[in-house]
Design a protein around this ligand. Structure first.
Ligand code: NAP
Length: 251
């Protein structure tokens, strides 16, 4: 049981940031953490702190959990595109008065030689490819692929970890099942081999998925990038700054 000066912290995970945070707070005095995982990964790497797995049951379920577990602070360290979970965290914290911090990676920024168009959402990305048929490398995650049925005249090379289910209704599509991280040389090779003319991706930030953008730059290929949804709450990109904020003296 927590002492009155111990902070009960719920970390919403499923990202490398959440794993780093879990390792950093393991055994830290003054913090009694629990990590929550959605349960999508079959054999997740288990954290060095207590954890729970599975959805809460929407905002009411999360609010009930925060109350039952006497959580003082929720750290939303989900992936930048886990939009529903993040929205639920904002609503449940509002309802219960629990503090909210967001720990996430900063988005990628275009540099010299990049030919990026940033858009909001998969529908806008599908429109932005344009009217003329193109050979498109689609790396948006299997949940977003269906939106590209609105632009069926392109040829898509769809890269995903698992096949989209249901399969998208696209007349010219090829599925490439593989899991990153990918090296720059591999990304250049795959884009060349498939004659890729455009890359469509999510602006997830971080190092693990960056190589495809560097490959597109090296090959002069234009990129359509979906922006991550805006986050509410105190947003941190740096672990030490977040830990200092968590440990800040009470006002
Ligand atoms: P989402 O659409 O935002 O969330 C869907 C539902 O999954 C939520 O409403 C919640 O169910 C449950 N959920 C999500 N994250 C949870 C967590 N950490 N603990 C407990 N329940 C959670 O999420 P998603 O985009 O499907 O992502 C699922 C997980 O994969 C997240 O943990 C995310 O960090 C990770 N991930 C996502 C992406 C991506 O591109 N979206 C990429 C890599 C990793 P209830 O409403 O029942 O509580």
């Amino acid at each position: 049981m927590s002492s009155p000066t111990t902070l009960r912290v719920l970390i919403l995970g499923g990202s490398s940031e959440a794993s780093h945070l879990a390792r950093a707070v393991a055994g830290l005095p003054g913090i009694d953490p629990v990590l929550s995982l959605a349960g999508r990964t079959r054999n997740p790497e288990l954290p060095p702190i207590p954890h729970r797995i599975g959805g809460f049951g929407g905002v009411p379920g999360l609010a009930a959990y925060l109350r039952a577990e006497r959580i003082d602070l929720l750290v939303d360290a989900t992936h930048p595109f886990a939009e529903r979970m993040s929205a639920n965290a904002v609503a449940a914290c509002d309802e219960t008065g629990v503090g909210l911090a967001v720990f996430t990676r900063p988005p990628w920024r275009a540099g010299q030689g990049d030919r990026w168009t940033e858009v909001d959402g998969a529908e806008a990305a599908a429109r932005a490819i344009g009217g003329a048929p193109r050979r498109v490398f689609l790396t948006v995650g299997r949940q977003q692929v269906a939106a590209f049925e609105a632009a069926p005249h392109h040829h898509y090379l769809i890269r995903a970890i698992d096949p989209p289910d249901p399969a998208p209704n696209l007349p010219h599509a090829e599925l490439l099942l593989s899991r990153g991280p990918f090296a720059l040389e591999d990304e250049v090779r795959v884009m060349r081999r498939h004659g890729i003319e455009m890359l469509v991706s999510k602006n997830s930030g971080g190092d693990a998925a960056r190589a495809k953008l560097d490959a597109a730059r090296a090959l002069g290929i234009p990129v359509i990038l979906m922006r991550a949804p805006a986050r509410e709450g105190a947003v941190f990109h740096d672990l030490d700054t977040l830990l200092a904020w968590i440990h800040r003296p009470a006002p």
